[in-house]
Design a binder for this molecule. Sequence first.
Ligand code: DMJ
Length: 498
Amino acid sequence: MKSYPEYSNKTRYKINPIQYAVIYIFLSSHFKKIVNMKNFKCFSVLVILLSVFTFKASAQGVETAMEVTDKSQTVNKKEMADMVRAEFLHAWKGYKTYAWGYDALQPLSKKPHNWYKKSLLMTPVDAFDTMILMDLTEEAGEARELIFKNLDFDVDMDVQNFEVSIRVLGGLLSAFELDGDRRFLSLAEDLANRLMKSFNSPTGMPYRYVNLKTGATSGPVSNPAEIGTYLIEYGTLSKHTGNPVYYQTAMKAMTALYALRSPLNLTAEGINVETGKVTNPISHISGGIDSYLEYMLKGSILFNDKQLSSMWTPTIDAVNKYLADKTPEGLWYGQVDMNKGKRTGTSYGSLDAFFAATLAMNNDLERAAALQNSNYRMWMLNGVEPEQLNYSTMKVENASYILRPENFESAYYLYQYTQDERYLDMGKNMFDNLVTFCRTDEAYASLKDVQTKEKQDSMESFFFAETLKYAFLLFDESDKLNFHKVIFNTEAHPYRRD
Ligand code: DMJ
């Protein structure tokens, strides 16, 4: 029987001081009656009161957390991998039936949705390599046909550089590596040549938006994630095309961004790519900065780039020194002022959960394990993790869950590095809850509120690309993908390290 000492006792229901006081006053004023059993009514009231308290705790999900963490199990990996594959097929069927050829399915209204005026096939491109890894040959074949027939980037529309790069460019590149068809590579090259225009700024850092046909740019006020999350895709493209310009362009942006760090080696949340000025000095590991940190480490490994390693060491030291926060509830990473190192916030959320994987990849398994305990704790607080939690009060600040993958991602990385079965347990429990609360009759839906479990009408493409892929790989025992021989882009598209 395994135990989770870091959080198992903390997740038990605790009676708060006011409740203690009420019980104490009640007991002391009726003590005699209760002992003598003369006043049966009073005794009944006490029992009802206690039951109400217990029920309240259960309704808040506290019991859920306790039950799951205390209940250890031997996970049947094959059974779990089959289950994840079956759930992929369930959601994929929904996309196919109601949104084939569009960017995404809105799972409650069962209506198709495009991000822009013309579909970029976000879902099929993002999902393709997951289907290959799951051996879903027929489904992958249909998606492949659709991509080669319909995907065309010569369209007069402004797109968000970051999202299109990690999902579409990223998906096409891993599709090429796994499938071998050079049409995937041609599409990737065409798309990258269009997106590259976004780097035409005075600093070399990219604008947020670029027009795929005209190359017109917009959105100079950006953030590190949208400036520094290109190296893995662009470097892989350079490798396959033999053209170094992609790697050089992404690297130039990354070093320009790195130059804007504070004297404490912390990264700012807001950057103007035209002036090179910091527009918001708050630093953290959350959305807006997250994948910049991730790509610094992953880039140094994938391309054996010494310049990136020398940037990474002071960066991760500063992150652990100033952003990490050990509380009685566990290890977390919050917000600080980049210049003073002074704490400005204690928010942590589903996006931040990726950092346990990054720490593990950095060989810091102690911190990684501690953070994954917090990640799991965050997930089980209400049965499904919220977008944002205040870890100093353990109160939910943003209650939505949009089918994000990061918690599964970190469980997968930690299992790969440690082979510790607790991560299989975590994965199984999180996945079971995902199915319980997010499955719809014909697909999967985000939650508007993890406390009430009310659903909302969206199923992001990263549910197929990342959430279901990481959940599957956690349990998969085939040799289709060797974790130690690939690097995943931030959208879970794997690229070979050789
Ligand atoms: C994904 O698009 C990527 O993982 C990105 O880096 C952050 N957010 C989503 C998933 O949550």
